[in-house]
Structure formats: C-alpha cells, structure tokens
Design a protein around this ligand. Structure first.
Ligand SMILES: C[S@@+](CC[C@H](N)C(=O)[O-])C[C@H]1O[C@@H](n2cnc3c(N)ncnc32)[C@H](O)[C@@H]1O
Length: 343
C-alpha cells in the first residue's frame, strides 16, 4: 500500500515537472490511446488503425524532439567543456608565470646573497689580515722591550687598558733619547712599571696619578715586587670638578700636583674615557705651566675622536706645542718648548 502511495507520489512529481509541450504531447498520446481502445472495443477497426497510426506519428515526433533536445544538451556540454578548458589553460599560464617570476626573483636574491657573502668573506679576510699584522707588530715590540730590560718579577700584561707594547717601546725610546729627570703619568698601571725600569737606568723619577685607590694600590704592589718603589711614586688623585676653556670636566684633584715643577715628560693615559666626554682635555690646561722649558707630551689612544680633538685644540691654542711624527702605536707625541712662546 505504502509502495503504491510512493509510486503515486513520484508519478505526480514527474507530471508536475513536465514542460508545457511535453504535457501536450502526453495528453495527445493518452487521448489517442483512449481513442484506439474505445474504437477497437466498439468494432470500429479502421478508426482504431487510423488512431494507432496517429499515435505512432506522435511517438515518432516525440522521439525526434527528444533527440534534438539531447543534441542541444550535448552541444551545451561541449561548449561548457571548451570554456572550462580555456579557464584551466588560463590558470595554468598564470601559475607558470607566477612560478617563473618567483624563480627569477629567487635567482636575483641568490645572486645578491652570494655577492654579499663574497664581500663579507673578503672583508673578513682583510680584517683578519690587519689583525694578524697588528699582532705581529706587538709581538716584535714585546721582544724588543724584553731585550732592553730584564724585569726582576713577572711583568703585568700590556694592551687593552694598559699601553700596547708598541706604545711602550716608543715611550721608552723617548726616555732614552731625552733623558728626562721627571716624568709624570696620568693613569697608572703596567706602563708605570716599564717607565720606572727605564728611569732607574738614567736616574730619573716618576710620579703616577690614579683616581682609583684600588688600581693605585695594585700599581704600588707591582712597583714593590719589581723593587722600583724608590723610582716611582703612585698618588691617589680622586676625580673632582674642574673648569677649563669655559667647560666643566671631571679631572684629577689638582692638589696632588701642586709640588710638581719642570716635568720633562708627561704621559696622559687617564682619566678613562668612561669618566666623561673629552676626559683628558684638561691635562695641559692644568699642567702646561708645570712643564720644563722643553718637554715631551705623550697622549695615548689617539685612535679615538676625543683624543684627536684634544691634540687639535692643544696644538692650536698652546704656543710652543707641536705634534711630532710618532713611529709606532696608537699614541701622539708632542714637543713643547717655552722659549718658542712669542714675547
Ligand atoms: C688607561 S688606564 C691607565 C693604564 C696605564 N697607563 C697602563 O698603561 O697600564 C686609566 C685608568 O684606568 C684604570 N684601570 C687600569 N686598569 C684597568 C682595567 N683593567 N680595567 C678598568 N680600569 C682600569 C686605572 O684607574 C687607570 O688609572
């Protein structure tokens, strides 16, 4: 019962979905079938045959219509296929173009990277080369230092905060050359010991200033270990405010310098740069009047802009002070002559 109901439902659905021409053909066929049936039933054979022929004709027309409709459907599906193929081809072309573009960009990037790496390697190689050469110079200087002096205790290390061997070598050469009686050093450390050895040989004296009591104590200990305490004195001079050329600096307590006269050689290696900008500039402002009539001034770390600026300002403003060519290291040598001051 229920399958009959379902069949009825499906049939009704199909009939409702028929187009108008289909409904007309169906109706005509049903009428003809009914006509054939009635004619045959009532003995009208020739009418029944005629209606049967008409029914056949309707069926033939229906088949023709169906085949035309299917032909249209086939053509529409072919057109849709062609359109789809065109879309797919266009998409393929776009994908290939994008991939090609990315490949070219990646190629360019790869070339650029290769160039950068090559440049980096070359520069690195150059940097290593410079470093090796600088190290060789320091080793050569170190050999010469130990040939000239035979320390009585292990020497503290040079370089970094301390003067480099090349700077020490030229400093000791200046001492040999000018035979100073009094050397003043701003910033104590390894250099204090080397200077003391050089001054011991020629009967000179060294006064070394240090703003830091711990470093001053270390230097004193080193001097004691080397038996140089009578040659060199380390003074603690804490940093305090000082005005020079209209600017305020943090510099050594000048009270520690008042007894100093006729300084033959002044080594400026402090205060450390970290204590403030142009930290070493006040040195000559304070000590120029305490230099001997002819003296030598050495400033370390002239690889730094502040120290280069200090040399420029001093040599421009202090009469009788001129820069000398230095042979080695990262320091500047200046000669001072008071007689050269115009009257
Ligand atoms: C440039 S250092 C002086 C070095 C000294 N003229 C020499 O050649 O050994 C200046 C000041 O830095 C401090 N100093 C020394 N050695 C240091 C270190 N290893 N680290 C930090 N400060 C140091 C000391 O107070 C010293 O007076």
């Amino acid at each position: 019962m229920s399958s009959l109901t379902r069949f009825g439902g499906r049939l009704t659905g199909r009939l409702q979905s028929l187009t108008r021409p289909q409904a007309v053909v169906l109706m005509a066929a049903l009428v003809l079938i009914a006509g054939v049936w009635v004619a045959a039933g009532t003995g009208h054979q020739s009418l029944a045959i005629s209606l049967l022929a008409l029914l056949l004709l309707v069926v033939l027309v229906g088949i023709l219509h169906l085949s035309r409709w299917m032909g249209g459907l086939y053509r529409a599906s072919q057109a849709a296929n062609r359109e789809l193929r065109t879309v797919v081809e266009q998409m393929q072309r776009r994908v290939v173009a994008t991939v090609e573009k990315e490949r070219l960009t990646a190629g360019d990037r790869h070339q650029e990277l290769t160039r950068t790496i090559t440049r980096g390697l070359r520069q690195n190689g150059h940097g290593n080369d410079l470093l090796l050469r600088a190290q060789s110079r320091e080793i050569e200087a170190m050999f010469q230092l130990f040939q000239e002096f035979t320390p009585r205790a292990p020497m503290p290390s040079s370089g970094d905060f301390a003067l480099n061997p090349t700077d020490l070598l030229e400093l000791l050469h200046l001492i040999k050359l000018h035979q100073p009686r009094l050397v003043v050093e701003l910033g104590s450390g390894t250099s204090t010991v080397w200077l003391a050895y050089a001054l011991e040989k020629i009967g000179g004296q060294l006064i070394s200033l240090d703003h830091d009591s711990d470093y001053a104590a270390r230097t004193r200990e080193m001097l004691t270990a080397h038996g140089l305490s009578t040659v060199a004195e380390v003074r603690i001079a804490p940093l305090s405010e000082l005005t020079a050329d209209g600017r305020t600096y943090s510099w050594y307590d000048v009270e520690q310098l008042t007894d100093l006269r006729n300084i033959d050689l002044l080594l400026i290696d402090g205060p450390p740069a970290a204590t403030g900008p142009d930290a070493r500039f006040p040195a000559l402002h304070v000590l120029e009047s305490r230099l001997a009539s002819t003296a030598t001034v050495v400033l370390d770390d002239v690889n730094r802009p502040d120290e280069q600026e200090a040399v420029r300002r001093w040599t421009e403003s202090i009469a009788g002070l001129s820069a000398e060519p230095n042979l080695l290291g990262r320091h500047a040598v200046m000669s001072y002559s008071r007689s050269a001051v115009p009257v």
